[in-house]
Design a protein around this ligand. Structure first.
Ligand code: PEP
Length: 249
């Protein structure tokens, strides 16, 4: 089985000014200098350039938190893949549950966004995950399969392993409630199975867990066989906490 490089991403959401982002990067870089993992910072659009500039000369990658599927046009407030690539951004978070819930990010948009990102050379970090009601109803796998089939429908089988998939149970995001190791392992293994059924090179696919990952629970989650990394929100706002999670990977 191929070795999958660990992948730890910091989703800052709508946090950090340019000055705060600069301070974070300067505090983080010396703390993670020895890591073998892929470390990815996802600042708000306004801080992308600052983070890109400060991480030059390191292995740290930068991701945007959203992207429009069209090349250009009358889409006030949106940015295109080419605009991100021009900044030297390497990845983009797509389909985060907050965007699905508050900004009407639909599967119809995602089926176009994922291949557009890939074609532009951006690594898509596609988020999927069930609500608490769906988990209680025993529908977790159904929801994951539906989202994956819909959002990845425009991706060729051979390209599937170029997508990073984050399993983010909605009930665990920002709530302090983490999925149990059994729940995280089961869901991440299932995601790999769905990609395998789609003809993807599933052994190379990176599947992340996201949902209240903290320095205290990271090692246990990252030790699971099908969890290749973490998408971290709250605990990624503090350089020391995020560095501790990177260190656990
Ligand atoms: C997220 O924003 O994707 C996330 C997982 O947030 P938190 O770590 O705060 O639950």
């Amino acid at each position: 089985m191929p070795e999958r490089t660990r992948y730890i991403a910091a989703n800052w959401k709508m946090h950090k000014t340019v000055a705060e982002a600069a301070e974070f990067v300067d505090a983080l870089l010396p703390r993670i200098a020895a890591t073998q993992s892929d470390v990815v910072l996802c600042p708000p659009f306004t801080a992308l350039n600052e983070v890109v500039q400060r991480r030059y000369g390191t292995a740290v990658k930068v991701a945007a938190q959203n992207m429009h599927e069209e090349e250009s046009g009358a889409f006030t407030g949106e940015v295109s893949a080419a605009m991100l690539v021009e900044l030297d951004v390497e990845a983009v978070v797509l389909g985060h549950s907050e965007r699905r819930q508050y900004f009407n990010e639909t599967d119809e948009a995602l089926v176009r966004k994922v291949p557009v990102a890939l074609a532009a050379g951006l690594e898509p970090i596609l988020c999927v995950g069930e609500s608490e009601a769906a988990r209680d109803a025993g529908e977790t796998e159904e929801v994951l399969e539906r989202q994956l089939q819909a959002d990845l429908a425009g991706v060729e089988s051979l390209d599937l392993a170029r997508v990073v998939i984050a399993y983010e149970p909605i009930w665990a995001i920002g709530t302090g409630r983490t999925a149990s190791p059994e729940q995280a392992q089961e869901a991440c293994a299932y995601i790999r199975d769905v990609v395998r059924m789609r003809g993807g090179v599933a052994d190379e696919l990176r599947v992340l867990y996201g949902g209240s990952v903290k320095p205290g629970n990271a090692a246990e989650l990252l030790a699971l066989p099908d969890v290749d990394g973490a998408l971290v929100g709250g605990a990624a706002l503090d350089a020391e906490d995020f560095a501790a999670i990177v260190e656990a990977s």
